[in-house]
Design a protein around this ligand. Structure first.
Ligand code: MLC
Ligand code: AMP
Length: 465
């Protein structure tokens, strides 16, 4: 049964489920999670905001649910954050402590998470408008921005997906995605806890681990599905599942087709953002069309707007900037009223920055990003500007342009075009890794005499490749 508020554990009200969550070789029952989180919630009650190093472990599950019980905002931190990124996330969010493990060198206090502690007292339900999470995500330039997600938005977003995918307590969800983004954390952890299904977290999303898990519902980014489609035995092992769901980046049509042929299941593709959760999806009981992401989920409205501000017709061909509104949208970027204001139209629509087409039946096709400066690699969103700033801090780099070039495995791979004396490319890649998280490293560095610029001096990234 779905709840109208965000009681994160609808399951707290049902029967116990001995294997509610399997993660990192451990099995947690519903009562393990409720009792452990309850004990933690008592200890942190009154705190405002804490950081959680989002490793896929039982401690992370208990920490996050404990915060939801206590009404404490969580900042999930990527475990591989480089020092510059980590310092920004902690300062910008104002996190008061680490809950559980802390990375080396951090001077914030640490509150231990005792997975085996138990407390069964209830907790007053925090206000639905309160901020459950600050999720850091890259913009085109500058440091990552903190996306404020309320309890209300998360509840609305998850309930809409449960309806679109017929997701119920009978399902076992399987995925191995990181627990610091909308996909792995909100959909992939809070989803099962709210819907009451089981979760098997595979640690890494490898084809073999997905094949072994025996689930009914699988989540993956396109890189994961493409690797599974290349591993026929693992793909065939998924044929007993109910739904294979892809999102976070475009699912290539050949991968859609190969997966369908091997598993007998046409994947469900859905579209979302950290700022909006999931707004478009094909349905468990509806058409699944390769290259298309389907219809708005419950409560969502969309429109396409041309550069001159006029509305674009829904003829399946004409393209425009995709704007959305709905109950699962974020409450703005933390400490960034400028960026928040820029992302909304005066009449209350969120400007996604993606370009799309809509057909006369309301089906949506995502054509790409309006800006070349947001790269999607392996489903991770990476701002070209952040990587360029890091590279410019290396003495061997005079000028640089970072772009995402097409890649069969990752969708896009990060390539840095560098003007400067020939330096060892690995040294430049290592320099980025010393400041930012692992997936922000360029895969390739190409040295060039100069960067293509227009008459205004702006680098023309579309000419690089
Ligand atoms: C990576 N490696 C590099 C490198 N980059 N080595 C040298 N130079 C570089 N530039 C290393 C990695 O550390 C790894 O090492 C090895 O190369 C393989 O890396 P990889 O090819 O990237 O594979 P992998 O690590 O397996 O990662 C692929 C992936 C991962 C698909 C598992 O990208 C992933 O988890 N993506 C999910 C992102 C996600 O959840 N996005 C959702 C955003 S929310 P080693 O030693 O570790 O093997 C959102 C909203 C929505 O978008 O709609 O959902
Ligand atoms: P993030 O903030 O990491 O959630 O990234 C959001 C971006 O991922 C969107 O703005 C899109 O560009 C992209 N995206 C997510 N899902 C899809 C999809 N199914 N097809 C194409 N792009 C997608």
């Amino acid at each position: 049964m779905l709840l109208s508020s965000l009681n994160p554990l609808a399951v707290a009200q049902g029967d116990d489920l001995p294997d509610a969550v399997r993660i990192d070789g451990h099995t947690l029952s519903r009562s393990d999670i409720v009792g452990g989180a309850g004990a933690l919630a008592r200890r942190i009650a009154g705190a405002r905001c804490v950081a959680v190093l989002a490793e896929p472990t039982p401690a992370t599950v208990v920490a996050i649910v404990g915060c939801l019980f206590a009404g404490v905002t969580v900042v999930p931190v990527p475990p591989d954050s480089g020092p510059a990124e980590l310092a920004h996330i902690l300062t910008d969010s104002g996190a008061q402590a680490w809950l559980g493990k802390a990375p080396e060198g951090s001077d914030l206090p640490v509150v231990p998470v005792r997975v085996n502690a138990r407390d069964w007292h209830g907790h007053p339900e925090p206000h639905p408008s309160s901020t459950a999470f600050v999720l850091y995500t890259s913009g085109t330039t500058g440091a990552p921005k903190g996306v404020l997600l309320s309890r209300r938005a998360i509840a609305a977003g998850l309930d809409a997906l449960a309806r679109a995918w017929h997701w119920t307590g009978k399902d076992t969800l399987v995925h191995g995605l990181p627990l610091f983004h909308v996909h792995g954390l909100i959909l992939g952890l809070l989803g099962p806890l709210r819907v009451g299904s089981r979760l098997v977290h595979t640690g890494k999303p490898t084809p073999a681990a997905y094949a072994e898990a025996g689930g009914s519902l699988y989540f993956g980014v396109p890189t994961v599905w493409s690797r599974i489609a290349e591993d026929e035995a693992s793909a065939r092992a998924l044929s007993g599942a109910r739904l294979l769901v892809s999102g976070s980046a475009p699912l290539p049509v050949p991968v859609f087709e190969k997966l369908t042929a091997l598993t007998g299941l046409a994947p469900v593709e859905r579209y979302g953002m950290s700022e909006t959760m999931i707004t478009l999806s094909t349905r468990a009981d509806g058409e699944r069309r390769p290259g298309w992401v389907g219809l708005p989920v419950e409560g969502v409205e969309t429109r396409l707007v041309a550069e001159d501000g006029t509305l674009v017709p829904h003829d399946g061909e004409s393209i425009g900037g995709l704007q959305v509104r709905g109950p699962m949208l974020f409450d703005g970027y933390l400490n960034r009223p400028d960026a928040t204001a820029e992302s909304w139209t005066e009449d209350g629509w969120f400007v996604t920055g993606d370009v799309a087409a809509i057909d006369d039946g309301g089906f949506h096709r995502i054509v790409g990003r309006a800006s070349t400066d947001l790269i999607k690699s392996g489903g991770y969103r990476i701002g070209a500007g952040e990587v360029e700033t890091s590279l410019l801090g290396h003495p061997g780099v005079k000028e640089v342009a970072v772009v995402g070039l097409p890649d069969d495995d990752l969708g896009q791979r990060i390539v840095a075009f560098v003007v400067g004396p020939d330096t060892d490319p690995d040294e430049l890649i290592a320099h980025v890794a010393s400041e930012l998280s692992v997936h922000k490293r360029p895969r390739e560095v190409r040295f060039v005499e100069s960067l293509p610029r227009n008459a205004m001096g702006k680098v023309q990234k579309k000419l690089l490749g």
